[in-house]
Design a protein around this ligand. Structure first.
Ligand code: GLU
Length: 483
């Protein structure tokens, strides 16, 4: 089994591309095949080196290592290279096959100018015909060709599409797919610049690189009949095709910027774990018979199967994605969570040295609640600097008539505690409430708000221990001015 991910480097790796990459990767792993990365940079205007780098980086982060292809260090791995289409173009790989098809009468030079093509399209529209190329240059004489060339026109190479018959294939996901050839068209194989178009370069490379399965998004379904016609014209064996379902936003429209972040890099920045992303992407158009949601390390590679892929669109549900990330955060060890949270803490500018408690202890206090790593700095900030008081929490707790007395009383007993530890703080606080006729909550709430600024937060007495006696007494005193 040989499969490939073939991104066009015209931007960052987005959700759809990452899902395609992942499915190819999982398929290769499952069948002990080869996963190839091919860079399809034949769009000379939109392809950039930064995009190539960004795709490499996102794939590295997602853990999608490829067995063959161009490598981030500029080298190449594999015996089917080069793996970058612009490099292949420079070696004349595509031109060779285009010339072959032209000489066999299966493709032809077309000299129509953009203005002429526009004109033809408009006319077709007016006459209610499909706006496809009508084949004006299909049968030019040598004299006509010479004349066009004398006018300085540079030809493109077009494929000569059959006018009749059907092109069909048995898609591994969409089952029987059929296109009437009369609905297909004489597509361009080589542009006037000599650069190949996607459809042509893709077929040449998929064949020469000996791909067995083409797994890609179903936005390419309409390209597949064109590609199949090319395989046939070149006398090449067809690979299997599997077109993955479309990804929609939660409103049922095609996933786009309007739905929020769309690139892998943006989700990484928000604090999704690569494991969550792999797990979530795997469920976009694929499921196990028992609808398993969370997969342990290595389990996706084992369970993935094209048979479990559906053709109906998949919904990208950010709420579910967030829930899943929380699940993955909870599975982290304390050391892993600290490791993952640290870049976000650094980025936020928080000075995490301003505490006597180890950062890992503080970060893990609310591990149960985190959905995104990027939320962590704001949630732990009060351990290191003066809290930002939530006005609603202040109103509801510190403004109560009994609050000043409670803050003063608790401050005194905390100052006198021989040992400032969770258990002793709790016992003393409860004893204070009881002795003064308060319900526990009546005491706990104002203390929490006074110390953290928030009405909710980590388990109270551990939070107080981690805060330390000095900050605790200080804040209880300061909060009196708010009460
Ligand atoms: N370069 C194409 C894309 O990014 C690849 C499509 C394919 O897999 O054939 O959409």
């Amino acid at each position: 089994m040989r499969v490939r991910f073939a991104p066009s480097p015209t931007g960052h790796l987005h959700i759809g591309g990452a899902r395609t990459a992942l499915f190819n990767y999982l398929f290769a792993k499952k069948y002990k095949g080869t996963f190839i990365l091919r860079i399809e940079d034949t769009d000379e205007l939109r392809s950039t080196d930064e995009s190539v780098k960004s795709i490499y980086e996102s794939m590295r982060w997602l853990g999608l290592a490829w067995d063959e292809g161009a490598m981030p260090d500029g080298t190449e791995k594999g015996a089917y290279g080069p793996y970058v289409q612009s490099v292949r173009e420079a070696q004349g790989i595509y031109k060779k096959y285009a010339d072959q098809l032209v000489s066999e009468g299966k493709a032809y030079h077309c000299y129509c100018s953009t203005a002429e093509l526009d004109e033809m399209r408009k006319k077709a529209q007016l006459e209610k015909r499909p706006p496809k190329y009508e084949g004006r240059c299909r049968h030019l004489t040598d004299a006509q060709k010479k004349e066009f060339e004398a006018q300085g026109r540079k030809p493109v190479v077009r494929f000569l599409m059959a006018d009749e018959g059907v092109t069909a294939w048995n898609d591994l996901i969409h089952k029987d797919v059929k296109f009437e050839n009369k609905l297909l068209y004489d597509f361009i194989m080589l542009k006037a610049s000599g650069y190949p178009t996607y459809n042509f370069a893709c077929v040449v490379d998929d064949h020469l690189m000996e791909m067995t399965h083409i797994i890609r998004g179903d936005d390419h379904i309409s390209n597949t009949p064109l590609q199949i016609c090319l395989y046939k014209a070149l006398g090449w064996q067809l690979p299997e095709f599997a077109h993955l379902s479309m990804i929609l936003g939660s409103d049922g429209t095609r996933l786009s910027k309007r739905h929020g972040a769309t690139s892998v890099g943006e989700y990484r920045k928000q604090g999704y774990l690569p494991e969550t992303m792999r797990n979530y992407l795997a469920l976009l158009g694929w499921s196990t018979a028992d609808s398993q949601q969370i997969f342990k390390r290595g389990e996706l590679e084992e369970k993935f199967d094209l048979k479990g892929c559906q053709k109906s669109p998949a919904i990208f549900d950010t709420v579910k994605f967030g829930w899943m990330n929380g699940e993955y955060i909870r599975m982290l060890s304390k050391a892993e969570l600290l490791d993952m949270a640290e870049p976000y803490i650094k980025e936020s500018g928080l000075d995490a040295s301003a505490s006597g408690t180890p950062l890992g202890d503080i970060v893990c206090l609310e591990q149960e609640k985190y959905k995104l790593l990027s939320e962590i700095p704001a949630l732990i900030e009060f351990f290191f600097k003066d809290p930002v008081y939530d006005p609603e929490a202040v109103e509801k707790t510190l403004k109560k008539p009994e609050a000043p007395g409670i803050l003063k009383g608790v401050k005194e007993i905390y100052a006198a505690l021989p040992e400032f530890k969770e258990a002793s703080i709790e016992a003393a606080t409860r004893a204070y409430a009881k002795a003064n006729g308060f319900k526990a909550g009546q005491v706990f709430h104002p203390v929490r708000v006074a110390l953290s600024g928030r009405a909710d937060g980590p388990t109270l007495f551990r939070m107080i221990e981690y805060l330390g006696r000095e900050k605790t007494l200080n804040r209880l005193g300061k909060a009196l001015t708010l009460a």
